[in-house]
Write a protein that binds this ligand. Structure first.
Ligand code: ASP
Ligand code: MG
Length: 422
């Protein structure tokens, strides 16, 4: 008998009919002789709606209370899904993250899982019960408060439970047939990847491919747990994410995909004195504000002034905190002013084959130039090139780069079954 962990995203459980269909799928997996643990997200756009609600009563709700509110979304879906399964005549129980043993640190809104103690799940499984677990939430070891793992965190719940229960596979069900070479909502000609390595998927997720949560891929890599990303709306095979792809590496595609991200903002610190310790002071301030920095660019200082500018990108949601933190150290650092820009988009080209194939940068920048897209910032890793462009140029840029690397397919195999991609 195998142990299967399945995760269903918000669009797969958007309404009563969807929930009944998912319940049937879970029951079929159980009937096939498997033990089944299911992690669910909140129904449809519930999480966004709850955030909107919170904002109507308070522009900056206390983080503890926001987590309390948001975790309610997953509680609704887990209970309703359990009811639908019970209705099909199967033993089933739902569990909150805390009941399932998901122990986190105490950082509200982006808590990290530090331990998983799934005793109650193992007990229920031993009795033949199907377990439904509320995704994206846990309980803090120190404060005992309820935490959330960050947007899209149910994937991470699923992989963490799969690892701790020693599951045979973790299936992530979503509203597309797997991981595509670009978001099919923007590039209808995007193609499905049958296999990806953790390394490639990590870069794709880090660069904004919303199909999987970044931490979930880190977790899977650490435990060498295969993830199968597939659609809950069809029976087709999706994308297997594994440590190593069998076969000749020369046969494997050079480029695995083009990711994009509209959730970043850009801050430029103008007129920073060019002496040791200034960058350290800036980034210490940002660390104190718990801000995650992505790209960083520093110019050569101007000879006349002995000053330089430092630009970095960060999640839009951290923008206010970052600006406030930097204002408080303005005097001690001695920079001149701050510039803030939310109207940016980031595009990233990712592929393990970049290491061994020259000319990738030339093709990439030519494609952007031909599309008339101006590049604001550039950063690279061994297997990635990222650029920041005007937000209004982003979709065009993604399509241009995707086509330039021959990733467009004729078949138009990408089907988006549901969801708003919000
Ligand atoms: N419901 C949460 C969100 O929308 C968590 C998840 O979907 O994984 O971000
Ligand atoms: Mg969701």
């Amino acid at each position: 008998m195998a142990l299967v962990v399945q995760k269903y995203g918000g669009s797969s459980v958007a309404d009563a009919d969807c929930i009944k269909r998912v319940a049937q799928r879970i029951v079929d997996t159980k009937k096939a002789g498997n033990d089944v643990v299911v992690v669910v997200s909140a129904m449809g756009d519930t999480t966004d709606d709850l955030i909107d609600l919170a904002q109507q009563v308070s522009p900056e709700p206390p983080a503890r209370e926001l987590d309390m509110l948001l975790t309610a979304g997953e509680r609704i879906s887990m209970a309703v899904l359990a009811m639908a399964i019970a209705d099909l005549g199967f033993e089933v129980k739902s569990f909150t993250g805390s009941q399932a043993g998901v122990i986190t640190d105490s950082v509200h809104g982006k808590a990290r899982i530090i331990d998983v103690t799934p005793g109650r799940l193992s007990g229920a499984l031993a009795e033949g019960t199907i377990c439904i677990v509320a995704g994206f939430q846990g309980v803090s070891q120190d404060t005992k408060d309820i935490t959330t793992l960050g947007r899209g965190g149910s994937d991470t719940t699923a992989v963490a439970l799969a690892a701790s229960l020693n599951a045979d596979v973790c299936e992530i069900y979503t509203d597309v047939d797997g991981v595509f070479s670009a978001d099919p909502r923007i590039v209808p000609a995007a193609s499905r990847r049958a296999f990806l390595t953790y390394e490639e998927m990590l870069e794709l997720a880090a660069q904004g491919a919303k199909v999987l949560h970044l931490r979930c891929v880190e977790y899977a890599r650490r435990f060498d747990l295969p993830i199968h990303v597939r659609s809950s709306f069809s029976l087709d095979e999706g994308t297997m994410i594994v440590g190593r792809i069998e076969g000749d590496p020369m046969e494997q595609p050079i480029i695995s995909g083009v990711a994009h991200d509209r959730t970043q903002a850009k801050i430029t610190v103008l007129g920073v004195p060019d002496r040791p310790g200034e960058a350290a002071a800036i980034f210490q301030s940002l660390a104190r504000s718990e801000v995650n920095i992505d790209m960083i660019v520093q110019n050569v200082s101007a000879v006349e002034t002995g000053r330089t500018d430092i630009t970095f990108t960060l999640p839009v949601s951290d923008g206010k905190a970052a600006l406030a933190g930097l204002e408080t150290v303005k005097g001690s650092i001695g920079f001149e002013s701050l510039q803030y820009d939310e109207k940016i988009g980031k595009l990233s080209l990712i592929g393990a084959g970049m290491r061994s194939h020259p000319g990738v940068s030339a093709t990439f920048f030519s494609a952007l130039a031909d599309a008339g897209v101006n590049v604001q910032l550039i950063s690279t890793s061994e297997i990635r090139i990222s650029v920041v462009v005007l937000e209004s140029d982003l979709d065009n840029a993604v399509r241009a780069v995707h086509a330039a690397f021959g990733l467009d397919t004729e078949s138009g195999e990408a089907v988006v079954y549901g969801g708003t991609g919000r």
